[in-house]
Ligand binder design. Structure first.
Ligand code: PEP
Ligand code: MG
Length: 607
């Protein structure tokens, strides 16, 4: 059909078949009717003698279309043919993808073989022979003495923190560095260091902090390795499920390609090893019962939380089916990463990303983020103070990628240092010169940053937020400072909105006053949680519940009292276990690390 005919075609019809086992339910129907609204043509869905407007979601749902049903799609008027083709393509895609995102049955599977109950570290299915961990120790010549070894471990941990800093698990490396510092103050020789580690682990054994034992052992292993005391593991060359008492956090990064899953017998769900296994997406369980069937195939079902030690052929078939289903689900999540995320009751939740530089912003775009909810600017220029031009170019590169951007002014201090900013040595840096307090202590630095940000935005809409705001006066002063910079430099900031992080608990009690002055709020759950419980977020031995009740209630309070838009940009935003409660509280914007965007969207679609 030629261009002219396509434009003027009066009517076009096709038959669409429901192939998804879930039927033409809310989510695909919502996407379909949204697409339909983009066309001027009238678009109707007709079935069983009933005809409804396909642009109207409720009308479309009233057709109750189940798998096996079909309906006529009838487009009439301007661009009817074009609408028909586009909607047919959208419909086919929706049907295909909806098949794959069927939820995996997470309740106990019925296995015939002996199934040992466990606790889930990382979800997933693994089918392979069980292999018992074993290691060999040996010594190589080394010139590295104890103090040099401490230094090299410290440097390696700093580098690992740097490499992972956009991920929540990066705090592990900070915590280990701080443990190392404490231990090295006590010990001047390897023997004394080993004795200090043994003392510390003996105290922790069986207690609430037992999860930290692997961190102590890891540090000892790292120091010894730097001094030539090596440990070798002969990993199997064919697929296997690992059985071990526990693993060291540093070993998780070195696990071989042939590893399918991990069963630990003496670990805990909050250990750093467990956090890293989960972050690496490795199916893994803690199983405390004795397991003596090494060498034989097992099923590790990280959904039903069981290790099937003697699977029957039927069990193996079931597990293979679940494995395919879970792989399909991951692929479907990835395929749907650019689609909007709508809950089952039809609320659209915006999923933005937390980024630190142009590379992570590009990664966020590719991961399906709808914008940037938090640009952490302090990580942009780690090594040296950047020139105004360097800053401006970096911001421009990031701003050009998305329409929605929230940039945070420097949040140095606490756990975030910059070598070229001289902050006073404080006994409690988390309670000292941090975040927006730099406006007073380092006005030139902040003025230069604001100038670079405003120049890069070049009059386009942008959200600028201040970290660690603790009073209305702090906010109004910071905003006045920013406006003065713009006025002095003659920069247009008419499209800039000014907001704040909610991360200092005082803010929770001042919301009516803040409502009068801010344009938006972004809840920083990492800091808010640490300040609510008075536990440093990087503390080596005290642990902070990332899903603490006080944190949820604080969020609920903000969501109900705020009169301006609220989003969440702390780690809780990307925590799948928290999604439903955050949405129930009324939160409609989540900003998560780029690696969690697709997963978070899928989670939302099931709320
Ligand atoms: C937070 O505190 O939750 C937050 C998002 O900011 P940061 O982790 O950079 O302090
Ligand atoms: Mg913070």
């Amino acid at each position: 059909m030629g261009l002219f005919d396509r434009f003027f075609a009066k009517s076009a019809t096709t038959v669409l078949h429901i192939t998804s086992p879930n039927g033409f339910h809310l989510r695909p129907a919502a996407v379909f009717s949204t697409e339909a609204k983009k066309f001027a043509a009238s678009i109707e869905a007709e079935t069983r003698g009933q005809s409804v407007d396909a642009k109207n979601l409720n009308a479309l749902l009233s057709l109750n279309l189940e798998k096996g049903d079909h309906f006529d799609l009838v487009c009439k008027g301007r661009n009817a043919q074009e609408a028909l083709e586009a909607l047919t393509a959208v419909f086919e895609k929706l049907m295909q993808e909806d098949k794959a995102v069927e939820q995996i049955d997470k309740t106990a599977q019925r296995y015939e073989g002996e199934a040992l109950e466990g606790e889930i570290i990382g979800q997933g299915i693994a089918i392979a022979p069980l292999w018992q961990y074993s290691e060999r120790h040996y010594k190589v010549e080394s010139d590295t003495d104890f103090h040099a070894a401490l230094e090299s471990v410290n440097t390696a941990l700093a580098a690992e923190y740097e490499a992972n800093k956009t991920q929540p698990e990066s705090a592990i490396f900070l915590a280990q560095r701080s443990l190392l510092e404490t231990l090295s103050q006590k010990a001047q020789t390897l023997e004394a260091f080993e004795a200090a580690v043994n003392d510390a682990t003996a105290t922790l054994e069986g207690g609430a902090m037992a999860a930290k034992i692997t961190d102590y052992r890891d540090l000892l292993g790292r120091v010894k390795s730097a001094m030539g005391y090596k440990t070798e593991v002969a990993w199997p060359a064919t697929p296997f499920v690992l059985l071990a008492d526990d693993l060291l956090p540093s070993q998780v990064e070195q696990l071989p390609q042939t590893l399918e899953g991990v069963v630990l017998q003496k670990s805990s769900l909050t250990s750093h090893t467990a956090i890293l296994l989960r972050a690496a997406g490795i199916p893994s369980l803690i199983v405390r019962d004795t397991v003596d069937t090494t060498g034989k195939p097992v099923i590790l079902d990280g959904f039903a939380s069981v290790l099937v030690v003697n699977p029957t052929p039927h069990d193996l078939e079931t597990a293979k089916r679940l494995l395919t289903q879970s792989q399909n689900q991951k692929e479907a999540q990835h395929a749907r990463r650019f689609d909007t995320a709508t809950t089952t009751s039809g609320t659209e939740i915006k999923v933005l990303a937390n980024v630190t530089d142009p590379a992570s912003a590009r990664a966020a775009k590719e991961a399906g983020a709808e914008g940037i909810g938090l640009l952490r600017t302090e990580f942009l220029f780690q090594e040296r103070r950047p020139s105004l031009q360097e800053q401006t170019e970096a911001y421009k590169a990031i701003f050009s990628l998305f329409d929605e951007i929230t940039v945070r002014t420097l949040d140095v201090g606490g756990d975030k240092a910059l070598p070229y900013i001289d902050l006073p040595k404080e006994p409690n840096p988390f309670l000292g010169i941090r975040g927006v307090r730099l406006f007073e202590s380092h006005p030139d630095l902040i003025a230069e940053q604001l100038k670079a940000i405003f120049t890069a935005a070049a009059g386009k809409p942008l959200k600028v937020m201040f970290p660690m705001v603790d009073s209305v006066e702090t906010f109004t002063k910071a905003k006045a400072f920013a406006k003065a910079v713009a006025a002095k430099e003659n920069l247009d900031i008419s499209a800039v909105a000014f907001g704040m992080m909610v991360e200092v608990p005082s803010v929770l009690f001042l919301l009516p006053e803040f409502n009068e002055v801010v344009d938006f709020y972004s809840i920083g759950t990492n800091d808010l949680n640490q300040y609510l419980y008075a536990i440093e977020r990087t503390h080596p031995t005290l642990s902070l519940d990332p899903r603490s009740e006080a944190l949820f209630r604080a969020i609920e309070k903000v969501a109900s009292e705020a009169k301006k838009p609220v989003s969440i940009c702390g780690e809780l935003a990307g925590d799948g276990e928290a999604t439903a409660r955050l949405i129930e509280a009324g939160i409609t914007t989540l900003s998560v690390s780029p690696g969690l965007v697709a997963q978070t969207k899928e989670r939302i679609r099931h709320v």
